[in-house]
Ligand binder design. Structure first.
Ligand code: 5GP
Length: 207
């Protein structure tokens, strides 16, 4: 006699890795997805050595720490991954990730491509990599210019970085083109929802 599937819905949490070139809308998408699904999703607040921008709060946007403290945290193996991006250090707390996974919760991470690839290697079966991009590079430049945050030199640097980041696209599993914010948010939520139905490789479904 065969047994029923004990539980058809995936119980373990997933690491949702979201990466994008600067200006593609990653933060807005992550914030909206998180705001709409707070119950089932937690948000990974990274540590960084860069200074807070206007309006940013410690413990909300990032944990802003000194380079010394960051290096101590590396030595103590507190990061699941860390990388130097645009001259500053950024790192994901190992504790935060493991807590979410142990609680069976999904956790969203808005991190750069180096961090994304590194986490995928460490959590191959319960991570999902989503790349966000504008329709093309021209549109990305337009957005960077329109948001009026950066000088010309910084915009050129961000565009150079965007071209490098796009080389990582084949390593990602999903691509969401951010034409309209609400559509991109819907796409990311759909991808996350689909993970509930993913077959877990190390689980016995029928016996
Ligand atoms: P920003 O300084 O503009 O907030 O972020 C710069 C870049 O660093 C973005 O691509 C952002 O996603 C990335 N980033 C933020 N937190 C982390 C992290 O913990 N690890 C890695 N690898 N990148 C991060």
């Amino acid at each position: 006699m065969s047994k029923k599937i004990s539980n058809s819905i995936k119980k373990a949490g997933n690491i949702i890795i979201i990466s994008a070139p600067s200006g593609a809308g990653k933060s807005s998408i992550c914030e909206a997805v998180f705001a709409e699904s707070k119950k089932n999703i937690s948000y990974s607040i990274s540590y960084t050595t860069r200074s807070p921008r206007k309006g940013e709060e410690n413990g909300k946007n990032y944990y802003f720490i000194s380079e010394n403290k960051f290096k101590q945290m590396i030595e103590k193996k507190r990061f699941a991954e860390w990388a130097k991006v645009h001259g500053n250090y950024y790192g994901t707390s190992k504790k935060l990730i493991n807590k979410a996974l142990n609680d069976g919760k999904n956790i969203i991470l808005a991190i750069d491509v180096q961090g994304g690839v590194s986490l995928k290697k460490q959590y191959p079966n319960n991570s999902c990599m989503i790349f966000i991009m504008t329709t093309d590079l021209k549109t990305l430049k337009k957005r960077l210019t329109a948001r009026n945050k950066d000088c010309k030199g910084t915009i050129s640097m961000r565009m150079r970085n965007a071209k490098k980041e796009l080389k990582y696209l084949p390593k990602y599993e999903y691509l969401v083109i951010n034409r309209k914010l609400d559509e991109a948010v819907h796409a990311v939520k759909t991808i996350i929802k689909s993970l509930e139905y993913k077959i877990e490789k190390d689980r016995i479904y029928f016996a």
